[in-house]
Design a protein around this ligand. Sequence first.
Ligand code: HEC
Length: 113
Amino acid sequence: MLRRQALRAAGTALAACALPLACAAQAPDLNLAILAGNCVTCHGPGGQPPAGSAIPALRGQSSAALLERMQAFRAGQVADATVMPLLMQGYDAAQMQALADWFAAPQALADRP
Ligand code: HEC
């Protein structure tokens, strides 16, 4: 909980490394807490935005559905999109797959940013 608040306050996931165990458990080149921290600033903690938000929830969607959307944004195939097409240019295929898995995992809301 403290960790989640710290992430929101900082606006990035850099604070995730304040917990050494959380960082040590992740591969240095695919630190999901840092990657996902860039998403939860808009999509809400664990991918669940506040009620009434115009930003869609990532929580509750399957990994396959999330990945498909991310790939479509990256390829410029979502006509009415605003920020996501540009944002997805910064993520490679492995990172998108990892993010899709991470937001689809049921435990993400409880113990992750
Ligand atoms: C600046 C705010 C912002 C950030 C940061 C952001 N998103 Fe989004 N996201 C949006 C908006 C707004 C939409 C609706 C599509 C659009 O307008 O581009 C969206 C849509 C999506 C969708 C489609 C959901 C659906 O049900 O249609 C996915 C998947 C998604 N984002 C994943 C991510 C991931 C993964 C990250 C982090 C790498 C991320 N987003 C970061 C604002 C953001």
